[in-house]
Every structure is written in C-alpha cells, then in structure tokens.
Design a binder for this molecule. Sequence first.
Ligand code: DX5
Ligand code: ZN
Length: 220
Amino acid sequence: TDRILVSPSVLASDFGRLDEEITRAASAGADVIHLDVMDGHFVPNISFGPPVIKSIRKASGMLFDTHLMISEPMRYAKAFADAGSDHLTFHLECPEPTGDVIAAIREAGCTVGISLKPATPAEEIFPWLDRIDLVLVMTVEPGFGGQSFMADQMAKCAAIKREILRRGLHVQLEADGGIDAETVKTVAAHGANMIVAGTSVFRHRAGIETAVAELHAATA
Ligand code: DX5
Ligand code: ZN
C-alpha cells in the first residue's frame, strides 16, 4: 500500500499557540493540516471559522484540509476558500443540495470532499464519487475530539474503496476520529490512504514529533 497521509486536527491543539503547534506538526512530517469547523447547529459544538484559518494561513504553507461540520456549506464556501483553505469537505447529511454545494466549492477554487456520519451507508456516496476528490468516513460522531474509534465503520470504508477501485476513480479515502498508532493499522487495512488525528498527535505524551512518526511507522 501507499504511504498513508497524516492530517493532524488542530482541534486538539493549544489554541493559544496555534502557529507553534502547526509548525511542529509540519516539521514532524505531517502531510496536511485538518481544520475542524463546527457551527453549533449541524453539530452540538462551536470551534472556529474563517478569521482563525486566515491567521494560521500566514504562518503555514501546508495544505489546509477544512472539514465543514456546518449546516450551510454553500453559503460559506467562498469565505473558507478566501481564508486560505485548499480543500473543503462538507457533510452529505447537511440540508443543502449536494450538487450545488460541490459546484460552490469548485467555483471558490477548492478541491471537494464529502463526509459521511457513522449512520450513513456507503452506497449514498456512490452517485457522487466521480464528481469529488475525497471521501471522509467519520469513525466517531462528528462534534468532539477525543472520542473512541468506531471499528464498525470499517466495512463501510472497505466498500467505498472497492467502488473507487472498481470504477477506476482517483478519489482519496480519509478516516477521521479516534485514530492513533493502533487504530490507524485497521483504517489502512480497510483502504483509507489518509487519516485525521487530533488527540493522538497534539496530546501525545512524547510530543507531536513522536506522534506523527508513530502514525507513519505503524502503516509503513
Ligand atoms: C470530530 C472531528 C475530528 C476530531 C478528531 O468531530 O471531525 O477531526 O477532531 O479528533 P480525535 O483524533 O481526537 O478523535
Ligand atoms: Zn474532522
């Protein structure tokens, strides 16, 4: 298998030292930075929005993978793109029409991902696979960092991977939630080529550098 891409979620970092935390993750070999946006409506938690992303954009040249856990991604796509996001992932479960959200994100100049909550079946993403760059399978209920990995999402992960391969598409498969140096092995074995890790990276006892190295090593 290919080398897995590690996307640390700054949700678990020290917000008072965001620049330093992101710089450390980058020098540790993180491939992408994951930015969890929550609106207190689509999920029962509020995190940060475009101004914070704009500010960290100045300090980092990394690829910004922005995860929009919000009810109105179409309304805010341009704001998140202008703030410096490279990629925008929205939720299939949000009330806006999927095709329109995809178009709005493309129009804003970002690559497009769609995320599935744990209760959403694999098949619901199949009609959209040839129009997007990434599928994000949630391995926790979106809303909070630090939750336990849901191994029951692995069949879904594998089913989506099979469909991507069957149709010969170039779509990334990312998993998010409860991923550490142990659970990452399961995730990689079920076809994901990219993982999000918050707690296991930014709250690692031995430091961010060790944490990122362990995630890469576990799937080498
Ligand atoms: C959950 C977020 C995740 C979360 C991951 O709503 O989408 O990205 O921050 O955090 P950990 O790795 O702590 O589960
Ligand atoms: Zn996320």
